[in-house]
Design a binder for this molecule. Sequence first.
Ligand code: AIR
Length: 189
Amino acid sequence: MVKRSKLAGKNRVGKDIPASPRPPVPASAAAPLVAVIMGSASDWETMRHTDQTLTDFGVPHECRVMSAHRTPTLSAEFASSAEARGLEVVIAAAGGAAHLAGVMAAHTLLPVLGVPMKSDALNGLDSLLATVQMPGGIPVGTLAIGKAGAVNAALLAVAILANSRPQLRARLRDFRAEQEKKVRAARLD
Ligand code: AIR
């Protein structure tokens, strides 16, 4: 892929999402804490919401395309080296026979969050079942289908990182408070 973002307020590198390995990270870039990977560039329309949410929280992350089926070796290598590269959470999105999150989980001890993509054939039910129905022993924390899952995966990653980062925890608390304020203030015309 492609797209790698740094802490909020700083620059981003890459807008497109190629299926090739990420180019060398610029020296000034913060090391990513979260990897956002997806089975196809066609998933980006949904997964851009994960990217945006992590950016809003100032979490260094990288976004890439790789496929459990089309690039099996790359996927295994990526997951196997993720922890050594300093990543702390992997978010994996795929649609249909969505095995990407499971493959990630099989190759790393890092927490893996799965986002099922809405599919043409079965509206995402296939993606959901393929992602959530992991055999006991290799967990994937599976979120909702589509945009809600994409946003929540980022929020859950933030919550995981916030356990050891008080500043991030404060941001998450502020986010919740702001959200509550909006709902309380909602008026129906
Ligand atoms: N996919 C890609 N490799 C394995 C899977 N399961 C998924 C992608 C995408 C869907 O297949 O995650 O949601 C369709 O991909 P494409 O490239 O045909 O648009």
